[in-house]
Design a protein around this ligand. Structure first.
Ligand code: F6P
Length: 322
């Protein structure tokens, strides 16, 4: 393989730039040429390509976001769109692809490779840590640490005013960020979409906590929580307890900023593994990490299963808030 293409798709995640740098440098190390495809499948269809040399990825390992930009692309859902994309790749002499994104990105890639003769290797980039087949997705560790920093700050003001804070973190379908940041931040309760918490029981716990001498509390809510977002849950709590509260929504702040060492290393190892896989003639595989080792997982296996965080951690949260 002489020339490979590289792109990001779906939501950005800290560590994507580390992966871009690693793919480019590993490929160049092995004598291949690298083309950056701008704005995911959208740029592939438009032929928006930019050659990457070793220096064009200098200084990006410490930056959040993605230098290749990212986008969602309805046109790629049609055969016509995918055919146009393939023609653009052929014209540019691109023989293999590395896709950085989530399961939607890999579904598209799987379809693309089954219709056209081009191998794709995926790297999971998502702050949600919701991809089956890998212990960690790129950006999750950074997002958890951003949420944790916010929780620590909110704890100071909550304690000063004897207040309850409801903190909403990201995760449309996944409670991983909520569970990790909640347990690490000493939250009194955590609400996640994978588990139906009894609102009344948690409210009772908070009131009883006051009797045990607790003067403030932090409740972490994942945005995808069925009982509603943080505002809705807080409103119901007020009705049940009458206690004073404030709500903070962290939102996209969790997606930006400098990636942690963990995400930079994961991005680097994933990028190198993706290039290795292409060199060995592999296709339709996602690079993941399991028990500290890099693994290759078929795209089809990951999107047929749902990754659920360890729900036993909810019990730990409760026990630690005694
Ligand atoms: O999938 C990552 C994620 O950040 C989710 O946690 C969140 O629900 C969603 O993306 C937000 O998407 P958008 O950036 O399109 O608003």
């Amino acid at each position: 393989m002489k020339r490979i293409g590289l792109f990001c798709s779906g939501g950005d995640a800290p560590g994507m730039n580390a992966a871009i740098r690693a793919v480019a440098r590993a490929a160049i190390f092995h004598g291949m040429e690298v083309v950056g495809i701008m704005r995911g499948y959208k740029g592939m269809i438009a032929g928006s390509f930019r050659p990457l040399d070793a220096r064009s990825v200098s200084g990006i390992i410490s930056h959040g976001g993605t230098i290749l930009r990212t986008a969602r692309c309805p046109e790629f859902l049609s055969y016509k769109g995918r055919k146009k994309a393939f023609e653009q790749l052929r014209k540019a002499g691109i023989e293999g692809l590395v896709a950085i994104g989530g399961d939607g990105t890999f579904r598209g890639a799987h379809r693309f490779t089954s219709e056209f003769d081009i191998p794709v290797i995926g790297i999971t980039g998502s702050i949600d840590n919701d991809c089956f087949g890998t212990d960690y997705t790129l950006g999750f560790d950074t997002a958890v640490n951003i949420a944790l920093d916010a929780i620590d700050r909110l704890r100071d003001t909550a304690a000063s005013h004897d207040r309850i804070f409801f903190v909403e973190v990201m995760g449309r379908r996944s409670g991983a960020i909520a569970l990790w940041s909640g347990l690490a931040g000493g939250a009194e309760a955590v609400f996640i979409p994978e588990s139906r918490e009894n609102l009344r029981a948690v409210a009772r716990e908070l009131v009883e906590g006051r009797r045990r001498g607790k003067t403030s509390a932090i409740v972490v809510v994942a945005e995808g929580e069925e009982a509603g977002g943080a505002f809705e849950i807080a409103r119901k709590f007020k009705g049940l307890t009458g206690l004073d509260y404030r709500v903070t929504i962290l939102g996209h702040i969790q997606r930006g900023g400098s990636p942690t060492a963990f995400d930079r290393i994961l991005g680097t190892r994933s990028g190198v593994a993706a290039v290795e896989a292409l060199r060995r003639g592999k296709k339709n595989l996602m690079v993941g990490v399991r028990d500290g080792k890099m693994v290759l997982v078929p795209f089809s296996r990951m999107w047929n299963r749902r990754k659920v965080p360890d729900l036993g951690w909810l019990g730990l949260v409760k026990m630690m808030s005694v």
